[in-house]
Design a protein around this ligand. Structure first.
Ligand code: TYD
Length: 213
């Protein structure tokens, strides 16, 4: 009889914009592949239909309507619901099938991002409730980077900065993450100093993942 493959581990990287989650997800995926592990790297917002819509909302290509049909920001509650809908669709169509096939899934952002970002404009309890069906990760790695450092990195590397990525906003997000991390217990959570050089952060991320595997 063929032995059923062991379910993969679900690992999430989190942090403010410019904290290096995307870089570290890429490193982690290639390191696990080198070790001969089965692995799938992904991100939220996802590349699925709701995720694509969300990216257009974030970049301002899709706008809402206000008084007299005038263009206005999309209602923050609607944005929170879109993030939650994208997540549930991403879990059902991509994350769970990979985990069940025995692949580790490494995801750039997950529920904690919604709790941090969407709670700035919408009630935290509501954001929690609409994400209540998203399964907890096995491990969340939070990359701690000061908002000033993150902003400098963004300014140095990107020309397509989201309207969101300004210093006062980054400070609010950082504060929201801090208060969430005090009590967030969905699976194991590891906080790392994301201000170290990428190679050092990479080593610490590996160590945290090695502990889990
Ligand atoms: P991301 O793709 O990580 O940003 P970028 O492509 O600029 O590196 O995420 C896009 C933005 O979406 C980011 O500012 C964080 C935000 N976000 C939320 O507000 N809520 C969420 O649930 C998620 C997953 C992301």
């Amino acid at each position: 009889m063929v032995k059923p493959r062991r379910r993969g581990r679900f690992i999430v990287l989190e942090g403010i914009d410019g904290s290096g989650t995307t870089t570290q997800v890429a490193y982690l995926v290639s390191w696990l592949l080198e070790r001969g592990e089965l692995v799938h790297g992904t991100r939220q917002p996802s590349t699925g239909p709701v995720g694509s819509l969300l990216r257009q909302v974030l970049s301002g290509r899709v706008v809402g309507r206000g008084a007299e049909g005038k263009p206005a920001p999309v209602d923050p509650t609607a944005v929170a619901l879109l993030f939650a809908a994208d997540r549930i669709d991403h879990v059902a169509s991509e994350i769970t099938p990979h985990l069940e096939a025995g692949r580790h899934v490494i995801c750039d952002r997950y529920v904690l991002s919604s709790l941090a970002y969407q709670s700035l404009d919408t009630d935290l309890a509501f954001v929690r409730a609409i994400n209540g069906k998203a399964p907890a990760p096995d491990l969340t790695i939070f990359l701690r980077v000061k908002p000033e450092v993150a902003m400098d990195r963004i300014a140095a590397t990107r020309s397509d900065r989201d309207a969101f990525e300004n210093l006062p906003f980054q400070r609010r997000v950082a504060k929201a993450y801090d208060s969430l991390l005090e009590k967030y217990r969905d699976g194991r959570v590891v906080e790392l100093d994301g201000e170290e050089v990428p190679g050092t952060v990479r080593g610490r991320v590996r160590a945290a993942v090695e502990d889990l595997l």
